[in-house]
Design a protein. Structure first.
Length: 319
C-alpha cells in the first residue's frame, strides 16, 4: 500500500498519571499540514508499533497519527517484570488519564485541527470509557474489536480478580483468570498459538507467526491489568455511563463477524443498540463477514483502511 504523502515517524514521551513512568508514544506525521489528528489506543498484551501499517496509511492521507504504549506494555516498561502491570490503585483511571494526556499535548500543538480517536480490543473499551468523561471536543470515535459482556459475568470475574489481589497482590499473574476470559465463542479457534491459520486474533498466518514469536505479545496479564480491563468492561456496559457520551459525537463500531471478543457480532450489535437507545444520533455499525478480531490485520485490511478513511473524511466536513 503506497502513501500519497511522505510520512515522517518519530518517538515521543510523556509522564504517566501514575507519577513514576515515562510513557512511550509514536507520531506518524504527514509532510503537509494535517487535515486531522487520529489517536490510536492499542489493545491488551500488544504495543503501538503493531499499528504501523495503518498509521502510515492514514498519515499518507494527510492525518497526523499518534499513539502510546499503555502502562505495562511495549516500551512503557522498565523491565519485563512490569509487563502487564498497571498500578496497585485505580489502574483503569490511570490508563484513561494517560490517553487524555497524549490528546491534550497533541491538541495544544494543533488546536484547530479535528481530533479523532480509535481504540482496538481493550483499547476499544478504554475509549468507550474515555468518551463518557472526555467525549466533548472530539470530531469522532472509531470503536474496533469491541464487545458486550453480561453484568453477572463481569461482576463475577471482577470479584474473583479483587479477591485474588487481596491474597496474592496486584502483580500476581494467574492462569486461572487468563483462561476464564476464553469463553464459548473462542472454542472454534486454536488457543495454544500452534496453528497460525486458526487463531482467533486474525487469519493472516504471517502476522500470527510474528505475533506468537513476539514476547511483547505473549506475556500473562497481572491482576492489576485484569482489574483495569474488567472494571472498564463493567463501566462501559452501564446505561448511566453510556448516557454520559455526547449525543452528537460521531461513532463508528467496526468489528469482524467472526471475532469472539464481540461474540461473533452479537455483542457489537448490542453495543450499537444501547448507544442508539441512549440517543446518540450519528452512529454506524460495520461487521466484516470473514474477519476475526484484528480487522486492521486481516487479508481484507486494505478495504478496512479505506472504509475508515472514508468515514473519517465524511466527518471532517461536519466539524
Amino acid at each position: 500500500m503506497i502513501n500519497d504523502i511522505e510520512v515522517k515517524k518519530s518517538n515521543l514521551a510523556f509522564p504517566s498519571a501514575d507519577g513514576r513512568t515515562r510513557i512511550h508514544a509514536v507520531c506518524w506525521a504527514p509532510s503537509v499540514t494535517p487535515v486531522g489528528v487520529l489517536q490510536l489506543v492499542h489493545g491488551m498484551v500488544e504495543y503501538i508499533e503493531r499499528y504501523d501499517t495503518f498509521a502510515r496509511y492514514m498519515a499518507g492521507k494527510g492525518f497526523l497519527v499518534v499513539g502510546h504504549d499503555h502502562l505495562g506494555h511495549g516500551r512503557s516498561v522498565c523491565s519485563v517484570e512490569d509487563w502487564g502491570y498497571i498500578s496497585d490503585k485505580n489502574p483503569a483511571d490511570i490508563m484513561i488519564r494517560d490517553i487524555h494526556r497524549l490528546r491534550s499535548g497533541i491538541s495544544r500543538k494543533y488546536p484547530d485541527t479535528p481530533y479523532f480517536i480509535l481504540g482496538h480490543s481493550m483499547g476499544s473499551y478504554l475509549v468507550r470509557r474515555y468518551l463518557s468523561y472526555k467525549g466533548d471536543g472530539l470530531a469522532g470515535a472509531i470503536i474496533v474489536g469491541t464487545g458486550y459482556e453480561s453484568k453477572a459475568a463481569t461482576a463475577g470475574g471482577l470479584m474473583l480478580v479483587r479477591s485474588m489481589t487481596l491474597k496474592e497482590g496486584a502483580r500476581h499473574r494467574s492462569d486461572t483468570i487468563k483462561n476464564m476470559t476464553y469463553t464459548a465463542p473462542y472454542k472454534m479457534y486454536d488457543l495454544n498459538g500452534i496453528d497460525n491459520s486458526n487463531s482467533w486474533v486474525c487469519s493472516d498466518s504471517e502476522i500470527m507467526a510474528a505475533y506468537n514469536s513476539d514476547a511483547r505479545c505473549q506475556f500473562t496479564f497481572t491482576l492489576s491489568g485484569y482489574e483495569a480491563l474488567l472494571s472498564t468492561v463493567q463501566f462501559t456496559g452501564q446505561t448511566k455511563n453510556i448516557d454520559m457520551i455526547p449525543k452528537s459525537l460521531p461513532i463508528l463500531l467496526a468489528s469482524g463477524e467472526l471475532d469472539p471478543v464481540g461474540n461473533l457480532g452479537k455483542g457489537v450489535k448490542t453495543v450499537y443498540k444501547k448507544y442508539v437507545e441512549s440517543g446518540i444520533t450519528d452512529i454506524e455499525c460495520k461487521l466484516y463477514p470473514n474477519d476475526r478480531h484484528e480487522i486492521l490485520n486481516e487479508p481484507d485490511r486494505e478495504t478496512v483502511f479505506a472504509d475508515m478513511y472514508d468515514w473519517i473524511s465524511r466527518h471532517l466536513d461536519t466539524v
